[in-house]
Design a protein around this ligand. Sequence first.
Ligand SMILES: [Zn+2]
Length: 199
Amino acid sequence: MHTRERAAVDYGAPVTMRVCILKAPRVSDDRVDELIGAVNREFVPYGIRVTVPWVRPWVRPAQSFKHMFDDVMRRDLEPPCDRLVVFADRNAGDALRGMLMPEILGAVDDTTHTRGLVIANRATLNQLLQSPEGTAVHEFYHLLGCPHAMSLSKCYIRIALVKRQFARDPQFFPGVRADGRLLVTRDAANSMLRRALDR
Ligand SMILES: [Zn+2]
C-alpha cells in the first residue's frame, strides 16, 4: 500500500476540494456520507478535505457501464464544483451479468481527471472483493490526478504539486491532463474533455 515517502512530502496548507454528486435513486444519503467519509479519512495526511456542494438525482441513462460513464463525462463542471462524480447503483440484471463477466466498479476520465463514477451499493459477489468504500477511495486518488501507471511515491509528489497550484488560484482545484500538465481553470477542464469526446 502506502510507501514511506508519503510522510516525507510537504503538502502545504489544508484545502477543500468541492465534489458535486449525482446520485442514483437507490443510493441513500447515508451511503453518500459513508463514501465521502471514507475518502476524507484517507486524505487526512494530504490536508485535503472533500466537501459536497450539492447532491442531485441522477437518472441512469442506459444499461451499459460505458453509457453511464459517457453521461457524466458529457456534463460540464459548473461552479463551484471542482469534480463531478456519479454514485451509481446496480440492478438485478447487472448482478446477473456480474456472475458472467468481470465487473467494473468505478472509473475516472483520464483526459482531465475531473469526472468519475463509483458503484455505490454493495450488490454483487465482486463487491465482496472490493467494498464501495475501497472503490471510492481508489477513484478519488484518480481525481487527484494519479493514473494507474504512476507509483504511489510519484502520486504523493503530484498531489503536492496540484495543491500548490490550487493555493495560488483557489477558484478551481486543478484538473490533470494525461501528460501530467495541469488544467488550472474549470473552463479549460470543460473544453479539454469536450474536445476529447467529440473526436
Ligand atoms: Zn483505477
